[in-house]
Write a protein that binds this ligand. Sequence first.
Ligand code: ZN
Length: 474
Amino acid sequence: MERRVSSRRNDTCGPEWFELAFRACYLDVYARRDGDAAAREAAFAAEALGLGTGMRVLDLCCGAGHHVAALRASGIACVGVDLSRELLALACPRGPVARCDMRGVPHAGPFDAVVTFFTTIGYFDDEGNAATASEIARLLATGGRFLVDYLNPARVRSSLVPESLREVNGRTIKETRSIEGTPRRVLKRVEISGTDDCKPREYTESVRLYEPGEMAALLGGAGLEIDSVHGDFDGSACTDSSPRMIIVGHKAGGTPGARWRGGREVFRQIRAGGDRNFAYLFGNGGEAAAVDPVAPSRVLGAAREAGVTIRYIVNTHGHHDHTAGNAELRAATGAEIIAHEAAGTQKDIAVTGGERFKVGDTEFEILATPGHTPDSICVLWDGRLMSGDTLFVGKVGGTGFGADARAEYASLHEVIGKLPDETEVWPGHDYGTEPSSTVGHEKATNPFLLRPDFDSFVDLKRNWAEYKREHGIR
Ligand SMILES: [Zn+2]
């Protein structure tokens, strides 16, 4: 199946440095970012934030997923997001991860904690960095905690090495560093030579140097209050010579400030009430589609905020808790309703699976996935599967034990199971320990997908209440 890759570039400006830097060669440039270091850092974060089993944590800019893996190993429901496809492919086996710009995280939240390791929130200009801080605040429950691991500006100033050269895995990496501009930014020119497989071969990292007071203002502006500042992952105090500036705090009451409005790509998971229903808004280039928009005012608000016009409303199936917002959203936007031809609800475009529709300069595809209902469909867009009530995180859609279960089994294995492992799974209800997952993660952990044949699949359905009790599943 062809998968379209959307461009999130501004055509006139070219790619940003962080779109170039975090390719596979990142692991060579930052050879020390290994699993052992991440395990120590994650352990410190868990301690400092008071994280416990089952708590929902977002790792903002999770990279190759080492922190996600370490937190999950201690029972914390950690999910990651990152912009780099190359790093997410490495992160995918380590836990549920999704791709996004950190100024526009798709998850609805709320999370118990947001962590961000290794200097991430200063990539943009001051407005963009403020948008990132606002995203952290938006994603957190009131009182939810955060950990921001950042450059220690005093240490950077006193220990900056203007130029260095090293060999890693047969590659020569030349790094040239300087502090420039107002406000101050640390620039690092990276040039890679010695092998042909590394692209790009040169780029310049540019990170805002935040003085402690400026960092407090950045976070405070988003409603994030600082509780403590540490100089390293051993919990020591932050002094001028500390390697890091690690800020631990919480979200105060009230609402965060302005959200990021830039960027062409939009993907939002929206809490839609009901039985923990999720609606979705996605699009590119000013146009969008809404999936199961049962909270039409929230979907409209998200569209306004993102500056997109809703062209389509897609219903993953005809159940009321997925279609109840259709009429209101259609009246407000003029969008056409797409639903399976077997759906008993009002529709403008009847589909049977395989159809493609354009939003902006990207396409989404309808996959027929009967089972939960005969009219169940999933929406595939840019590596993301909006899976309706066919597949949940750790669960599957309700059916009887006959032909409907057999159809669902086939949909799960022959349709969804054939998608690439890194395909993100965005379900119709928040029934799992995490709000999203990946096909690979579900294949490895979802008890229904782990059943080797149809009979044992149905067996699990019959005994699901007991299985849930035994395994402590809510
Ligand atoms: Zn349903």
